[in-house]
Design a protein around this ligand. Structure first.
Ligand SMILES: Cc1ncc(COP(=O)(O)O)c(C=O)c1O
Length: 419
């Protein structure tokens, strides 16, 4: 059976050292892997698009030490909130700001404090931005519609566009939106889409890019507006299960290039500059959530309780997402167990009915693929505190890059005083 070594890998020695030095649970990240992912991504696209501009989707992981590494690897930022704009301001990076249903104050903050290009989700936002001060360069997020295909997989992957998606300007209204933007003084135009998440199929990127470029051609025909840059969004998948293949980024870049060649030749378009904004591909397999077994229970099923909970990493509880789990012990037997946290919610289960090495209280548990959309999605339900983050530097040194939250942090701002 095929086993993806990348999915099952974790840095044994560093996990042991960190678990010896620091209280569990915690997130542990690898600088080496983060840099490697950034380089692979850049290289794959730069081969076909020499002026390719990669952005990192800050929502996937906003730890400033990790962002510093990503910036050092030549990435700009893709931001989606005022706090992320604040980071873009501090880091003085280029990139884009993609909000949806945005407050005027957030646009003001972006325009006044950052170098990011605004990417507007709706025509109505044009007026708000004009009132603040229309920038010379502007991008619009387009909803390119649902995919028409006999392939169920391709249709399913276009999960963030079509009639049910809250994102983007319907593509049929794109020309009107660009005309209006032009009449409001915009000089340089971009276009953006984000149609799917965790896509492992290389062909998908050919179809989505082709669709967006065709829209670019229609806009030019209808309005004369020339789109200078095109952002294909994020969504580049990573394998979560050991049996899943990694996405072939070279094939993705080749497919995107094929779409450019075909559509640009057909409509006599000057190829726009290519942008992409991956989050998961860059960060997911750079991090692990490390905890310990607190107790085991023989109920109707066997439950293994650990000291991390779904508030630390909600993906399994929200999406029923699979995350690979390793138990650090020398057990010779295996058991079918459910690995659970201590929140009063029955979806607080990291794994259900999974065959794992038999374990006991104190054993170290490693949850894989927790570098992206993991800590970032965490919360405080049940008044659980958020845990610390550590980084394995290239030198092998392990640094604390975020302190564990305290009870004082949790109640800061309330009227709880003097107790
Ligand atoms: C607008 C936008 N760009 C980029 C991303 C990053 O997606 P991913 O981490 O799947 O690459 C997201 C994720 O939700 C997004 O909403």
């Amino acid at each position: 059976m095929y086993v993806n070594r990348r999915v099952i890998f974790y840095p044994h020695e560093a996990v042991l050292e960190a678990a010896r030095r620091f209280p569990t649970p915690f997130f542990l990240y690898s600088e080496a892997r983060l840099r490697e992912n950034c380089r692979n991504f850049r290289k794959a696209f730069s081969t076909y698009f020499p002026d390719f501009k990669p952005l990192f989707a800050v929502k996937a992981n906003a730890n400033p030490d990790l962002l510093r590494i990503v910036q050092d690897e030549g990435f700009g930022f893709d931001c989606s909130s005022t706090a992320e704009l604040f980071l873009a301001h501090l880091f003085d990076v280029e990139g884009m700001y993609t909000g949806n249903y945005v407050r005027r104050e957030e646009f003001e903050y972006a325009i006044q404090n950052t170098r990011l290009i605004l990417n507007l989700d709706d025509i109505s936002a044009l007026e708000t931005v004009r009132d603040i001060g229309m920038p010379e360069a502007l991008s619009l997020r387009i909803n390119p519609g649902a995919h028409q295909s006999t392939s169920k997989l391709l249709v399913k992957q276009w999960s963030m566009s079509g009639v049910d998606a809250k994102y983007g300007i319907p593509f049929e209204r794109a020309s009107d939106a660009y005309s209006l933007a032009q009449s409001m003084g915009v000089k340089h135009f971009g276009i953006h889409m984000m149609t799917g998440s965790n896509v492992l199929d290389e062909d998908y990127f050919y179809f989505t890019t082709k669709k967006l470029l065709t829209i670019v051609a229609e806009i030019k025909q209808n309005t004369g507006v020339v789109i200078e840059f095109l952002n294909i969004g994020g969504g580049f998948g990573v394998p979560y299960r050991p049996c899943e293949h990694s996405i072939n980024l070279n094939a993705v870049a080749r497919n995107v290039h094929k779409a450019f060649k075909e559509v640009c030749a057909r409509y006599e378009l000057q190829p726009p500059r290519l942008y992409a904004e991956p989050g998961r591909y860059i960060s997911a397999d750079t991090g692990w959530l490390v905890g310990r077994v607190t107790s085991t229970k023989e109920g109707y099923k066997k439950f293994v309780g650990i000291d991390a909970s779904s508030n630390d990493m909600p993906r399994p509880s929200i999406y029923d997402a699979y995350h690979h789990i390793s138990i650090m012990n020398n057990a010779r037997t295996r058991e079918r167990v459910s690995v659970v946290g201590s929140i009063c919610e029955n979806n607080d289960q990291f794994a259900r009915d999974r065959l794992l090495p038999s374990c006991a209280s104190g054993d170290i548990v490693v949850i894989h693929n927790c570098g992206g959309h993991a800590y970032a999605m965490g919360h405080n339900y049940n008044n659980k505190l958020r845990h610390a983050e550590y980084l394995i530097r290239d030198s092998g040194k392990i640094d604390e890059i975020r302190k564990a939250e305290t009870i004082e942090d949790l109640f800061r701002g309330t009227n709880l005083t003097g107790y």
